[in-house]
Ligand binder design. Sequence first.
Ligand code: AMP
Length: 410
Amino acid sequence: MKVLVLNVGSSSVKFEVIETSLEAIENNTEQKLGRGLIDKIGMTSATVKFTRPGAEPFVDTPPIWDHAAAIKQVIKLLTHPEHGILKDASEIEAVGHRVVHGGEYFSKSVIIDDDVAAKIKDCFELAPLHNPHNLKGFQVMHNLMPDIPHVAVFDTSFHQTMPRHAFLYALPYSVYQKHKVRRYGFHGTSHRYMIFSLERKFVKKPRAEFKAITVHLGNGCSIAAVDGGKSQDTSMGFTPLEGLIMGTRCGDIDPAVVLYLMGKEEISMHEMNTMMNKFSGLQGLSGSSNDVRELTEQMQQGNERAELALRAFAYRTRKYVGAYHAALGGAHYIAFAGGIGENSVIVREMVLENLEPLGIHLDKERNRSVPPGGGEITKDGSPVRAFVIPTDEELVIARDTVRCIAKTQK
Ligand code: AMP
């Protein structure tokens, strides 16, 4: 079946059409038919990019005022007589929606009905920058395609297996009961993809038999400790701000700093939030960029602040690798994914070098020459093996969509 995967953000819509089925998932014969990005929604000219395998990308800059117009544009692109991939929109048999927050309601992907939509809405407070747009995307698409199943795939659901001692903050217990304040974790689809790839492609062993540390380093960064395919701990918390240093987010800091700075700088809660989310991380430390490519170049030209930012970024990641190695009682595998995890030789080296006492024997040459499909970066015989795994969150969403539908048809 042709599944449309939809990821609706505050000013963008990302989409991909994947031809898949239970059999195709089993045999790894799914086909990616085309994908696109509509960005800068609501601005004078939006940017539209649509790519089909083997063809030049189609690029346009029409005005797109809101999400409803953007989603109609998706259908137009897919059915465009020249650049499209479908004769008619009715060829789409299901839609998989990325939903950031499922709170404690969802530990799996589900078909969206009125009750599910109400629960996604109930999580607005937990993810005010994401869930309202995710739900809007569903509502618009559902109006256009009311007769096919729509499935919600949550960033948080994979981490619902975390035990209480890992997900609770040491605040009064009543805060958790009253306000649902706890660690939720995010990037679940990417962490799951890494586990799937370890199982099927890289170590060819059932996930029940191994423990892994999965490291997603992109614009947002998170790391997870996974035992038998189940998330035991992860670095992002109540929001995606906790944990690792990220492009523009600070990750872990002493919470007292927030109170202190709000007083000293006389800034509002909103301004403090903006500082921690938009002006911190690699950007804040370097003062020049949030992009590891640029920082690496600057470091090589002797820029000390760029070097400091990269060192702090790698050091925080390294500390979490060590912590999760202990939390799991020894991991068998480590996987790197995301724009930085997949591409930055230097960050991976800084994270894993000189960790032989922990059983991690990095092979610097392998780390420098990872093939496009991913590969091992530790030496033969390394007690803990590390891999680079190009992540594919859209594929996970399409697969869940097919599986959810199959379950209801049983
Ligand atoms: P993502 O959010 O997964 O798309 O990751 C985006 C980030 O990956 C960018 O901001 C860069 O910091 C980083 N990145 C992308 N390509 C490269 C590369 N070739 N080398 C190093 N870092 C990269």
